[in-house]
Write a protein that binds this ligand. Structure first.
Ligand code: AP5
Length: 221
């Protein structure tokens, strides 16, 4: 199964993709994570992407589609969860091609339907453990012991440089202008499913699981 999780910044794509990877053996392919890795290691792609990401704008289609192309084969066994990709019509068409070259295709495109104003609060308070990546939030989920990661006991945490209100607003505007217009491309092919992204995390998970179970049933029928 290959699925796309679509939704504005903070909609919960990464949260749900990580869960699906852990529970279903699928592989999370997050272009945001790949770009952040590239920035952190100072690769040529990272050097090009850094300022664009900090401004909340989209990195070029060629760069992100090349990154996905490089990682796609790692999802051979369990299938891929595309998290934050595609984000433009050109990327959507590139993904179809990359999948067709591997004799596979998309099974579902899941849109997390959310209230953008509530998302600013979700994003601006978040931070994660610098060692194991466990996510936290200033208001919703602090470590049990102040300054110590619940999972690995590390005392180092990090915040994304693009998680400030001005940049989040630009990221949302980019989503409305360039990403939301690709929804009809998938709707026309009968692939688009919507879930209520404002529901609690567990409830969003249940809605997504129902979609995947029914896609699995129709694939095996
Ligand atoms: P990227 O890393 O993809 O960021 P994003 O799309 O802005 O999404 P986020 O990671 O902020 O949010 P999310 O939807 O994953 O939510 P999360 O689960 O973390 O991209 C960053 C940048 O990279 C882009 O701006 C662009 O510059 C570049 N880029 C990346 N891909 C690109 C592409 N394809 N093309 C061009 N440029 C690209 O959840 C957020 C918070 O909410 C967390 O604290 C979480 O715990 C909490 N939460 C999640 N679900 C719920 C819930 N149901 N209820 C309450 N809280 C919840």
């Amino acid at each position: 199964m290959n699925i796309i999780l679509l939704g504005p910044p903070g909609a919960g794509k990464g949260t749900q993709a990580a869960r699906l990877q852990a529970e279903r053996g699928m592989v999370q392919l997050s272009t945001g994570d790949m770009l952040r890795e590239a920035v952190a290691s100072g690769t040529p792609v990272g050097l090009q992407a850094k300022a664009v990401m900090e401004a909340g704008e989209l990195v070029s289609d060629a760069i992100v589609s090349a990154l996905i192309g490089e990682r796609l084969d790692s999802a051979d066994g369990g299938g891929a969860i595309f998290d934050g990709y595609p984000r433009t019509q050109a990327q959507a068409e590139a993904l179809d091609l990359l999948l067709a070259e591997r004799g596979t295709s998309l099974d579902a495109v899941i849109e997390l339907d959310v209230d953008e104003d509530a998302l600013v609060g979700r994003i601006c308070g978040r931070f994660s453990c610098a060692r194991c990546g466990t996510p936290y939030h200033d208001r919703f989920k602090l470590p049990r012991q102040e300054g110590v990661c619940d999972v690995c006991a590390s005392t180092e945490f990090r915040r994304r440089p693009d998680d400030n209100e001005a940049t989040v607003r630009t990221r949302m505007a980019e989503y409305r202008a360039k990403t939301a217009p690709i929804l009809p491309y998938y709707e026309a092919r009968g692939l688009l499913r919507r879930v209520d992204g404002m529901a609690p995390v567990e409830e969003v998970a249940t809605q997504i699981d129902a979609i995947l179970n029914s896609a699995e049933d129709s694939t095996s029928a």
